[in-house]
Design a protein around this ligand. Sequence first.
Ligand code: G4P
Ligand code: NA
Ligand code: NA
Length: 189
Amino acid sequence: MEELKQRIQEEGIIISDQLLKLDSILNHQVYPDLVMRIGKEFAKRFRENGISRVLTLESSGISIAFAVALELGVPLVFARRKKTLTTDADAYCERVPSFTKGIVTDIVVSKSFIHPNDRILIIDDIIANGDAVRGLIRIIQQSQAELVGLGVVIEKSFQAGGRTIREMGVPIESIVKIASLDNGQITFG
Ligand code: G4P
Ligand code: NA
Ligand code: NA
């Protein structure tokens, strides 16, 4: 999507060779028309897969995942982050480290919202090391639902997340890949 690359070039702020601030398009503000076009693109790529639910993680994944779920005509489930682990027999829970934030969080999905016969599409905004997505994958495994694939808006391909998840045999569709943030430049590919 050339449009998205252009927005990233115009509005992304390079914080370091690892981190690109995208508050104005993904993490603090969203453009609904752009989000809807991204949702349509994912829906096109996954439409033939018999998806019954879209799964994401709060908070920044929700807008994109909403657009995808709307296009596919299925419910959206967003895993919630819990700061304190209160054991809940009615929920799937996985512990996830965050490289960027330097903290560990527990992500939780009620057993009411993923069923063993579900075919799940995971949607996320940015994949870096992939810890959050691997947490979602473990939740799907616990539920015995089928993971159909993963759609990510931006894959930072210089970090290991996308590769390690492909190696698990999960089909991944990335709208945009960022190969490098070196030398104060955003390099796609
Ligand atoms: P991982 O999930 O791929 O392992 O990534 P990591 O732990 O490194 O990332 C933690 C959070 O930081 C994630 O958001 C992830 O999307 C975000 N992130 C990682 N690299 C970048 C980057 O270069 N730019 C931006 N803008 N975000 C990045 P999150 O914890 O799910 O938070 P939220 O945005 O949903 O609140
Ligand atoms: Na994020
Ligand atoms: Na996210």
